[in-house]
Design a protein around this ligand. Structure first.
Ligand code: FES
Length: 103
């Protein structure tokens, strides 16, 4: 079943910050990049390590463990040692709330 999960009030989620939520045991990172929102799973496909402390470079996150990179928009891996893409989630603004869609 598809569900939209509330992440935060839009006014409390400033540009260039991130939030982490946990839905049924799955951690998801939501980013506000200059007013555009993206969500990815908090798991590097190289070694299943968390990505949430990774630095951003443009629209890519760099895994803090071994340096793999992923596109926040598509989940596509852009630099090894990871070779598998990661999951992304749709994000919307509804009634002043940032929401992420979980299937
Ligand atoms: S765990 Fe992310 S690059 Fe190794």
């Amino acid at each position: 079943m598809t569900t939209w999960i509330n992440v935060a009030k839009l006014e409390e989620f400033p540009a260039d910050t991130r939030r982490i939520i946990n839905v049924d045991g799955q951690a998801i990172i939501i980013f506000n990049l200059a007013g555009h929102f993206y969500a990815i799973e908090d798991r590097c496909s190289h070694d299943d390590s968390p990505l949430h402390e990774g630095e951003l470079e443009g629209d890519e996150i760099i895994c803090p463990w071994h340096g793999a990179r992923f596109c926040l928009k598509t989940g596509e891996v852009t630099e090894p040692p990871a070779y598998e893409d990661i999951q992304t989630f749709p994000v919307r603004i509804e009634n002043g709330l940032v929401q992420v869609k979980i299937d």
